[in-house]
Write a protein that binds this ligand. Structure first.
Ligand code: ZN
Length: 285
């Protein structure tokens, strides 16, 4: 079921609830899920009755990150591109393939979703790891349960953070370095203190809290919300987010290329299991 439909879409009054539904794999994101999310966001953008969008993950965890090892991993498959005009990555090799694919399905998609002209709220419980961060960070608000935790352990692969490099803007430069150097879990309350999370509530009241905030926001005029969202995002870009992310994307691909040149693959031979086992505190991929 979840392999067939990786994303569920539901409208509750003025709120669209978009739910990642690969619970068995802790909502690891393959491209099928990425394009299903894109379709859901597009639907929410087009529906005038929808004022606010909630992004959720089914089960105990929000998202364990990009799919680097489930049976549904589909990096060799071609999809109709939505975020960029890069060529089809499946018809190219090496960096020409990898750069095109990650420009489209990672950075391009997250930026496209950040531009959705309606407020978005990430409802985060359990793990929000690496690629999961990109989904939460491209939302406007992040509301987490007290059992939520955040980590970007990809430095273990020799890679300087996930593709959507918003770390210094999400948590400040000083802590961004600790977050990346250690790759350890940061709990919801600490994430709130750092400014990455808006609110932390008990697990059992997470959904009610998110829906309550969403319904209050929905009372505001739609165009006012769209302009306000754009105002803050424009200022964040003037503060360097977009340019910084572009510059780091080059370093990210230098790391992938280095891994592929000296080792077995662009991920330094790591997969979900070795990423988990190699961690002192672990992550939930
Ligand atoms: Zn990458």
């Amino acid at each position: 079921m979840s392999e067939e439909e990786p994303v569920r879409y539901e409208r509750r009054g003025p709120v669209a609830v978009v739910t990642m539904d690969r619970e068995e794999y802790r909502n690891a994101q393959n491209s099928k899920m990425t394009y299903a999310l894109d379709q859901a966001y597009y639907r929410a953008a087009d529906d005038d009755e929808v004022k606010v969008v909630v992004l959720a993950g089914a089960g105990k965890h929000f998202s364990a990150g990009h799919d680097i090892g489930t049976p549904g991993r589909d990096i060799d498959q071609s999809f109709e591109r939505k975020a960029t005009l890069w060529w089809d990555h499946t018809t190219h090799e090496g960096g020409a393939s990898r750069y095109a694919r990650e420009s489209e399905v990672y950075v391009g998609m997250c930026r496209r979703w950040r531009d959705l002209p309606k407020p978005t709220i990430a409802m985060v419980q359990g793990a929000c790891i690496a690629g999961g961060l990109m989904l939460a960070w491209s939302c406007d608000l992040v509301i987490a349960s007290d059992d939520a935790f955040f980590a970007d352990p990809v430095v273990k692969m020799g890679i300087p953070g996930v593709e959507y490099f918003a770390h210094p803007w999400q948590m400040g430069p000083r802590f961004a370095k600790e977050f990346l150097f250690l790759g350890e879990r940061v709990g919801a309350e600490r994430a709130r203190e750092l400014g990455m999370v808006n609110r932390v509530v008990p697990r059992e009241s997470l959904e009610a809290e998110v829906m309550s905030v969403a319904e209050k926001i929905a009372e505001m005029p739609a165009f006012g919300l769209a302009l306000t969202k754009k105002a803050v995002n424009q200022c964040e870009d003037i503060m360097g987010l977009r340019d910084g992310m572009d510059s780091v994307f080059g370093l990210h691909h230098l790391a992938h290329a280095h891994n592929a040149e000296v080792g077995t693959d662009s991920l330094a031979g790591m997969n979900a299991r070795t990423m988990r086992d190699g961690s002192s505190r672990g992550d939930s991929t």
